[in-house]
Write a protein that binds this ligand. Structure first.
Ligand SMILES: *Cc1c(COP(=O)(O)O)cnc(C)c1O
Length: 437
């Protein structure tokens, strides 16, 4: 499978190069040159197949010209080592719980797949591949845990000192081994700038292989299509008329659902749900796509003012706005509306929605008032990850799941750097020398 850049269609690269680069040099997103359709037999048989079998077949359809099926099966088995159950919360409404992975958020799926694919592609003996990540919290924990103890690859995480929550810091700065955490005396933007400068530094790239594992990397984007196939295969139904509702920020998750549809999954309607950062719902309603600075909300992982996957979404509809706007409906809600939905659902069903899924659940309910249809909404994080918000809204005291609690007693293993690229550069050279020596 070759990938082209959404900015320059003639720029085509192999899977290996697309994954190593992350973003195309012209700032475009990599996109598959050809999207295969799954055969009819796959759709008639998938109800009896395991998640790993479904995942292996789908990834093989996309990537088997560059990866042997045995490697694909290994990568997929590692990725999907936790369940993604479909829970019926009320009539015709199902929550697809994507929070049963190591850091209790759906980003675990992409991060785990990415780590194993990089290991396969670049992690040969003696290789020194370094993944650089700047994080304000959640990406760091998903990437750190996805790559933990993966041979041949080191992860270097930069984060702003004092600006991530204690629990988030514990999830990525206590691991040790191949995970190196650096707190920077600066902001998240400073961290991101240091990472960008490192990629551009010729002396560094002459000495070591540097790569990113950010959310636009195809290795993180593509595997997210798997839980759409899986949930479709498991939903009890008498009709194929099913809609998916996706709580969205950068729109990678929704774009992966549309990829599944392009591969033949019969989804009659997608629903894009956002908080007041509503650039895409506004576009879907017929206006122009107008990025702007993000606003802070209680569903903060969706506080995105310039959704990075938008070009990919367009490419999935061959840049046909009319087709895109017909197939994806947009809804957006304020924090008050989000909290109201959390309370309503909790009072009626005792189900605890996290603030992100609450946005999606409300959009689904609103859509279902117009058209009676079965719907799945994606529950993207465990509500305990947003404990103080959820407790305050619902008047509860949700326990931290064991997996999160286990991080709390661990000791931090972090380095500290000033906000200085030169110092970061020295740090990377020293790291290299100590590994070589
Ligand atoms: C990242 C994230 C989202 C948004 O996903 P995108 O793929 O960026 O649209 C939604 N919910 C949670 C909990 C997240 O962490």
């Amino acid at each position: 499978m070759k990938f082209y850049s959404t900015t320059t269609a003639s720029h085509q690269v192999s899977l290996s190069e697309a994954v190593l680069k992350g973003l195309a040099p012209d700032n475009g997103l990599y996109f598959p040159v050809h999207i295969p359709r799954m055969p009819d037999t796959f759709f008639s048989q998938c109800r009896d197949m395991s998640f790993v079998d479904i995942g292996t077949e789908v990834i093989a359809a996309l990537l088997s010209d560059e990866l042997p099926v045995s490697a694909i099966r290994d990568i997929v088995s590692y990725t999907l080592s936790f369940d993604t159950p479909l829970v019926e919360i009320s009539e015709d409404q199902y929550a697809l719980e994507l929070f049963h992975g190591p850091t209790l958020a759906f980003k675990d799926v992409g991060a785990r797949f990415c780590s194993q694919l990089m290991r396969y592609l670049y992690g040969s003996e003696g290789s020194r591949v370094r993944v650089l990540v700047a994080t304000s919290g959640d990406t760091g924990s998903a990437v750190a845990n996805g790559f933990y103890k993966v041979p041949g690859i080191e992860v270097v995480i930069l984060y702003p000192k004092g600006k991530v929550s204690e629990l988030q810091e514990k999830q990525f700065a206590t691991l040790g081994e191949n995970i190196i955490a650096i707190e920077v005396d600066g902001t998240f933007d400073d961290c991101q700038k240091m990472v960008k400068e490192a990629f551009l530094d010729e002396d560094l790239s002459a000495q070591m292989v540097l790569t990113s594992a950010n959310s636009i990397n195809v290795a993180r984007w593509i595997p997210q299509c798997l839980y759409y196939f899986y949930s479709w295969s498991r939903i009890p139904r008498d009709t194929d008329d099913i809609v998916y509702t996706v709580p969205s920020g950068n729109f990678g998750n929704l774009a992966a659902g549309v990829l599944a549809w392009r591969m033949g999954l019969p989804v009659t309607q997608f629903i894009a749900a956002t908080n007041v950062n509503n650039v895409v719902p506004e576009y879907l309603s017929g206006e122009a796509f107008t990025p702007r600075p993000s606003l802070q909300t209680i569903s903060n992982s969706m506080d995105v003012g310039n959704p990075s996957n938008f070009p990919r979404l367009l490419a999935l509809y061959d840049n046909d706005d009319t087709a895109l706007r017909a197939h994806i409906k947009g809804y957006y809600y304020s924090d008050d509306e989000t909290a109201e939905t959390m309370r309503e659902v909790f009072d009626k069903t005792s189900y605890i929605l996290d603030p992100h899924a609450a946005v999606a659940c409300r959009a689904l309910s609103e859509y279902q008032k117009v058209r009676k249809v079965k719907g799945i909404f994606l529950e993207t994080a465990h509500p305990a990850k947003f404990k103080s918000t959820v407790d305050a809204i619902l008047g509860v005291d949700i326990p931290l799941p064991e997996r999160l609690r286990n991080f709390l007693p661990l000791e931090l293993r972090k380095s500290n750097l000033p906000n200085s690229f030169t110092r970061f550069r020295d740090f990377l050279f020293q790291l290299d020398a100590s590994r070589a020596g």
